[in-house]
Write a protein that binds this ligand. Structure first.
Ligand SMILES: C[S@@+](CC[C@H](N)C(=O)[O-])C[C@H]1O[C@@H](n2cnc3c(N)ncnc32)[C@H](O)[C@@H]1O
Length: 210
């Protein structure tokens, strides 16, 4: 088992609705989406996810870096990707990894409506990650490991796993996001990437742990 996740950062995230992302208070693309992130109002403790010797990738880890072991293998997602444009939001996002390696950068423009991928698709979660980003980092996990995302939000890690032909387990506390995630993952397993052997397209099990 390996953890690839984007947990609540512990920053009391609240979308103001004044940026150019096309989403904002009351303007999300689905009836489920909402502004506050469950669990984000208190410091995040990564300790239960970190098991010695097990691969682990945690996005947003710059917000809880003081609770993580030292690592040389941080990942950087450059969201501006040479556009030269900055705004009030971060230019990049960081992931801590337990992977023994060097720091790596993924350059992929993702700035509100200006996106290098998934153009025209509505954002369904306020902190939704690009599928290609989660594919990129999931490829760093040995192929025989099941990938676990215990904070899957809209299920982007699961979609990436489906595209890569990887086995995936996802958990999400918010019932609305859980439904969205299951739907996105189901569609992705039904339409995997060409040239990737998909492991017996598992029927996603929908189990709510409420
Ligand atoms: C930063 S978001 C993940 C967004 C995701 N990367 C995406 O692309 O949609 C973190 C998610 O963790 C969920 N969450 C918070 N506490 C949780 C818990 N105790 N168990 C499961 N999910 C939880 C939140 O509801 C939120 O959707």
């Amino acid at each position: 088992m390996a953890v690839v996740s984007d947990p609540p950062y512990g920053i009391a995230f609240a979308h103001g609705g004044n940026d150019n992302s096309g989403i904002g208070k009351g303007r999300y693309a689905t009836k489920f989406a909402k502004v506050a992130i469950e669990g984000d109002d208190r410091p995040f403790d990564p300790a239960p996810l970190i098991k010695a010797g097990e691969p682990c990738i945690l996005w947003g880890a710059n917000h809880f870096a003081d609770r993580l072991p030292a690592s040389a293998g941080w990942l950087i997602w450059d969201k501006r990707a040479a556009s030269g444009h900055s705004n009030d939001f971060a230019d990049c996002e960081l992931a801590w990894t337990s992977i023994d390696g060097v720091a790596r950068v993924f350059r992929h423009h993702w700035d509100g409506m200006m996106k290098a991928s998934e153009r025209g698709l509505p954002r369904v979660h306020p902190t939704q990650k690009p599928i290609v980003l989660m594919e990129w980092c999931s490829r760093m996990i040995p192929a025989d490991r099941v990938i676990l995302d215990p904070f899957m939000g809209s299920g982007t890690t699961g979609v990436a796993c489906a595209k890569l032909g990887r086995r995936f387990i996802g958990i999400e506390i918010d019932e609305g996001y859980f439904e969205i995630a299951c739907e996105r993952i189901r569609k992705a397993y039904a339409q995997p990437d060409m040239f990737v052997e998909t492991p017996r397209a598992p029927e996603p099990k929908q189990e709510a742990f409420l």
